[in-house]
Design a protein around this ligand. Structure first.
Ligand code: ARG
Length: 476
């Protein structure tokens, strides 16, 4: 059956569209419909239009300056590019799948607008260096946007940490009560994490900022181009040093995605904490109405959906990093079409990171924290047991291991009586270690506990305030 129908197809071939006007010189017919569909990137790479036009303009001006293209043709090309930019900005541009990608859509429209002179723009250039340039420019803008958002988020954290510098809360390890900390100290931990993210994005930007333009298809060009000029015109620090690397490098995208994945992981961790803290069982924080959702059946609900979504979107950002690493890992030099798969991953990760940074920033700026509930919880779980052990070391000169053992016995006693350490009578404490005096009980309060942890970087309110002041002076 199938061989019969295919021989029939061979006699009556499906009419194919004409060959592509931009590369179809050696082709008799255009691509199959499915070929166009798998090949075309215009649906997503149209986001590169502004970068593509900026790159073309820089290239064209350089070609004119080098005497490779005449001033008249150059002027026509540049004014045509301006028209196209205006058309796209006004939503009047017709993007066509048959023209594959943003580069060919723009070039085809340029030909419509100015005629054969348009064909001179692609002298000494290939779509390979063109797309690498466009995508770097886009990624650079995305980095700048993330840097701005991270700085804003850190400002929010500083303000909230200052307010909460002496608000005690339980500090956890294994999500078990460990030692009391201050909420300000906890928020400043995130300030540090987002500071490292900021440094990673800044660092990636430095390495990104070399211009691939002029690498041409892979080997460079025989025309006397000026790569310094195009690099400078596009705000790059210098041209890339190797043309093969220039067209085949996507490290800048991988670095963006790595930094984004780590940053999103930090956002996810604080999102998770907000989910826990805002539960009725914890009750440490209340989300503002503007960042809560209700339930259609349970009238009492105030759900932390935005925090949950930030936590979940981290998955797709990490996924984008994985996807692009897997695309790149098997590619020989130089360009392969596989690399067209870089864009959707990066666009999606950048969009979602931007959304998560904004949502978590808004939530943190406005959430209310309940000092009393946090302080009450801070005393649960014998959280000042270490303070008592430290007292035994300091006042009775016990070795720490022995002090640890003594306090373990005392905790057992309190557990049996179902009370906190501070509720034990002196004679009960002395039944375990007779030299304990009444002074020991002073170290059992959560306020005394946090105030005593005044080592550098510790949770004592004075240390937290010092860290905030240093951060405000730009020292961190
Ligand atoms: N749309 C392509 C991409 O995004 C542009 C480069 C095409 N180069 C080529 N030799 N087919 O990667």
């Amino acid at each position: 059956m199938s061989s019969k129908s295919s021989s029939k197809d061979a006699q009556n071939p499906v009419p194919r569209p004409a060959a592509n006007a931009l590369w179809g010189g050696r082709f008799a017919a255009g691509p199959a419909d499915i070929m166009s569909r798998i090949n075309a990137s215009i649906k997503f790479d149209q986001r590169l239009f502004a970068q593509d036009i900026a790159g073309s303009r820089a290239h064209c001006e350089m070609l004119v300056a080098q005497g490779i293209v005449s001033a008249e043709d150059g002027a026509q090309i540049c004014s045509g590019l301006d028209t196209i930019l205006a058309e796209i900005n006004a939503g009047e541009f017709q993007f066509s799948e048959a023209l594959e990608d943003i580069h060919m859509n723009i070039e085809a429209r340029l030909t419509e607008l100015i005629g054969p002179a348009a064909g001179r723009l692609h002298t000494a250039r290939s779509r390979n260096d063109q797309v690498a340039t466009d995508f770097k420019l886009w990624t650079r803008d995305a980095i700048d946007a993330v840097i701005g958002q991270l700085a804003a988020l850190r400002d929010v954290l500083l303000d909230r940490a200052e307010e909460a510098a002496d608000a005690v809360m339980p500090g956890f390890t294994h999500l078990q009560s460990a030692q009391p900390v201050t909420f300000g100290h906890h928020l400043m931990a995130y300030y540090e994490m987002f500071g490292r993210d900021l440094a990673r994005f800044r660092d990636a930007r430095v390495r990104l900022n070399e211009s691939p333009l002029g690498s041409a298809a892979l080997a460079g060009t025989s025309f006397p181009i000026d790569r310094m000029a195009t690099a400078a015109a596009l705000g790059f620090d210098r041209p890339t040093r190797n043309s093969l690397d220039g067209v085949s490098d996507r490290d800048f995208a991988l670095e963006f995605l790595s930094a984004a994945a780590i940053c999103a992981t930090h956002l996810s961790r604080i999102a998770e904490e907000i989910v826990i803290w805002s539960s009725a069982q914890f009750g440490f924080v209340t989300l503002p109405d503007s960042f809560s959702t209700g339930s259609s059946i349970m009238p009492q609900k105030r759900n932390p959906d935005a925090a949950e979504l930030a936590r979940a979107k981290t998955g797709r950002i990490i996924g984008a990093l994985n996807a692009l690493l897997i695309v790149m890992k098997g590619l020989p030099l130089a360009y392969s079409k596989d690399m067209q798969e870089d864009k959707e991953q990066l666009f999606d990760a950048a969009d979602n990171l931007e959304l998560c940074l904004a949502a978590m920033g808004g939530m943190l700026a406005e959430l209310q924290f309940d000092r009393e509930k946090m302080a009450a919880a801070a005393g649960l779980g014998f959280s000042t047991a270490t303070d008592l052990a430290d007292w035994l070391v300091r006042e009775l000169n016990l070795p720490f291991r022995q002090a640890h053992h003594v306090v373990g016995e005392i905790v057992k006693l309190a557990e049996a009586r179902k009370v906190g350490l501070e509720a034990l009578r002196l004679d009960e404490l002395q039944s375990v270690e007779p030299r304990i005096t009444d002074d020991a009980r002073a170290v059992l309060s959560v306020q005394a506990s946090v105030a005593s942890r005044s080592s550098a970087g510790g949770t004592a309110p004075d240390q937290v305030r010092a860290a905030i002041a240093a951060a405000r002076r730009g020292e961190g």
